[in-house]
Design a binder for this molecule. Structure first.
Ligand code: RP5
Length: 176
C-alpha cells in the first residue's frame, strides 16, 4: 500500500505544549497538508532530538514547526541539526515566567542558524506560514490558502455589518 509521506513535522518539547500546538495541526488538516506530530524534549531526550532532526529530511519532511516553553531550546537546536526550515512557536508554559523567556530563547538565534519565530502561542500562524511556503510550489495548497483568507475577510465583513446595525455612528454607516 502506498502511503503519502508527511510534508510538515509538528514537534513539541512536552505533552503540556499540545494544547497550544494542536491548533497548528487543525490548520494543516483544514488546508489538506500531510503532517506528522510528535514529542521531543531537547533537555530530557537529547538523543531523540538528534535522531529526529538528523532524519527529518529522509522522511520527506520539508518544514518543521517546533514549539517549546520556558528555556525553549528545542527549535534552535533542531535548526542547528538540519537544513530544513524551522518555524519556532514560543509557548507560555507552566515553567515560563511570562512568555518572554520562551520568545527570546527561540527568537534570538545566532547569525547563520535562523528560526522563523511566530508570536507567543501562535502555532496557527506557524502552520499558515508553513502552508504558504508549500503553496509557493503547490497550486492546490495555494487555492486552499486563498479560500482560508477569503473566509477571514468574510468574517470581518460580517462583524462590520453587525456593528453597523447596533452602532449606527460608524464612519461608513451612512451610504449615500
Ligand atoms: C519545555 O518546558 C516544554 O516545551 C514545556 O513548554 C515546558 C514544561 O514542560 P513540562 O514540565 O510540562 O513537561 O521544555
Amino acid at each position: 500500500m502506498h502511503v503519502e509521506k508527511p510534508l510538515v513535522s509538528i514537534v513539541m518539547g512536552s505533552r503540556s505544549d499540545l494544547a497550544v500546538m494542536k491548533e497548528a495541526e487543525e490548520i494543516l488538516q483544514q488546508l489538506g497538508i500531510r503532517y506528522e506530530l510528535t514529542l521531543v524534549s531537547a533537555h530530557r531526550t537529547p538523543d531523540r532530538m538528534f535522531e529526529y532532526a538528523k532524519t527529518a529530511h529522509e522522511r520527506g519532511i520539508k518544514i518543521i514547526i517546533a514549539g517549546a516553553g520556558g528555556a525553549a531550546h528545542l527549535p534552535g537546536m533542531i535548526a542547528a541539526l538540519t537544513m530544513l526550515p524551522v518555524i519556532g512557536v514560543p509557548v507560555k508554559s507552566s515553567n515560563s515566567i511570562d512568555g518572554w523567556d520562551s520568545i527570546l530563547s527561540i527568537l534570538q538565534m545566532p547569525n547563520g542558524i535562523p528560526v522563523a519565530t511566530v508570536a507567543l502561542n501562535a502555532s496557527r500562524n506557524a502552520a499558515l506560514l508553513a502552508a504558504q511556503m508549500i503553496g509557493a510550489f503547490e497550486p492546490d495548497i495555494l487555492e486552499n490558502l486563498i479560500e482560508y483568507r477569503n473566509l477571514l475577510t468574510a468574517k470581518v465583513n460580517e462583524n462590520i455589518e453587525d456593528l453597523r446595525r447596533h452602532h449606527p455612528n460608524g464612519f461608513d454607516s451612512v451610504k449615500e
